[in-house]
Design a protein around this ligand. Structure first.
Ligand code: NAP
Length: 287
């Protein structure tokens, strides 16, 4: 029997590399969908083949989808929703066996998020689907907020005293590999959270403990946060999106902890502490 072929979109993003790594441990032929196959990192190149793919260029879809059994689907934040939906329709037409879609916690109820509409579009294709509705990634603290930690010893987010059930993108990637390779996950949705909900005072305490220096949480207003992001050159659209996400946390709507990750992985999902320990060098003080 030949190994199933899985196309991984967003393979160089936050979750994609962990999907690729977990699939390649499972005797799957991994095809990483990237805009520039010449520029893929060594780990991705070693784990499978890379194919040119762009959601905005339908001419790249045919080769990417040829003989594919499964798709890990991500909507990169900058990609147009209409392009993403057109690709979903193409996935339906070529007869892929299953799709795992990286969605967001609460997407089934929140008509304002694109994930709500994309989930519906995927379900309408008739392809077996699994929605991975993920909570807030701990990786955001590294990818978006690292400068505040290394330059000012602060976690600077406008989340008030609200708690968040942070999930580690590494666990989301492993969960995706499970649903794409094992049976029993067709037409289901999982709410992927970490094992605990923490407010940012508690997050700062974990950082202080692990990094060995005081990290504070100044509890900034939305305005102060937006001003700092803009001063740093962050595009307005991303600042608005981020303010919306932190307002959800501020209102106490991001704190739901579920057991889905543990059930899929067969172990407890990673805690915030493990993430900070694994990235302690990245958060070291700027000298
Ligand atoms: N951040 C969170 O806390 C969180 C929580 C739950 C759900 N989500 C959802 O997770 C998804 C991913 O978010 P993220 O911020 O982590 O993004 P991301 O995966 O880091 O997005 C970047 C990836 O998208 C690829 N990409 C960008 N434009 C592309 C295009 N036109 N065609 C093909 N590939 C393209 C990039 O590939 P190349 O540049 O290599 O081509 C890169 O691999 C989003 O839908 C988000 O809403 C995020």
């Amino acid at each position: 029997m030949t190994a199933p072929v899985v196309l991984v979109t967003g393979a160089t993003g936050t979750v994609g590399p962990h999907v690729v790594a977990a699939l390649s441990d499972r005797a799957v032929t991994v095809r990483s969908a990237v805009r520039d196959p010449e520029a893929v990192p060594d780990e991705l190149a070693a784990a499978g083949t890379a194919v040119e793919f762009d959601f905005a260029k339908p001419e790249t879809w045919g080769a990417a989808l040829a003989d594919v059994d499964g798709v890990f689907l991500v909507r990169p934040p900058a990609v147009d929703e209409a392009d993403l939906k057109a690709f979903v329709d193409a996935v339906g037409r070529v007869g892929v066996d299953r799709v795992a879609y990286l969605s967001t916690l609460g997407a089934e109820k929140n008509v304002l998020v694109p994930h709500h509409r994309i989930e519906k579009r995927i379900a309408a294709t008739g392809v077996d689907y699994t929605f991975l509705r993920a909570s807030f990634f701990v990786q955001n603290l590294l990818e978006v907020h690292r400068a505040d930690v290394v330059e000012r010893d602060e976690i600077f987010v406008p989340a008030g005293r609200g708690e968040t059930s942070f999930v580690d993108a590494r666990d989301v990637g492993e969960a995706a590999a499970v649903v794409l390779t094992e049976s029993g996950h067709a037409d289901r949705a999982y709410d992927l959270t970490g094992p605990e909900a923490l407010d940012y005072e508690q997050v700062a305490a974990v950082f202080s403990d692990v990094l060995g220096r005081p990290i504070t949480y100044p509890n900034p207003s939305l305005l102060a946060f937006a001003r700092r992001m803009r001063r740093r050159g962050t595009p307005l659209g991303f600042v608005v999106l981020t303010c919306g996400i932190y307002t959800t946390a501020r209102l106490g709507l991001a704190d739901r902890v579920t057991d889905d990750c543990r059930r899929l992985l067969g172990r407890r999902p990673r805690r915030m502490r493990a993430f900070v320990e694994d990235h302690a060098d990245d958060f070291a003080r700027d000298s």
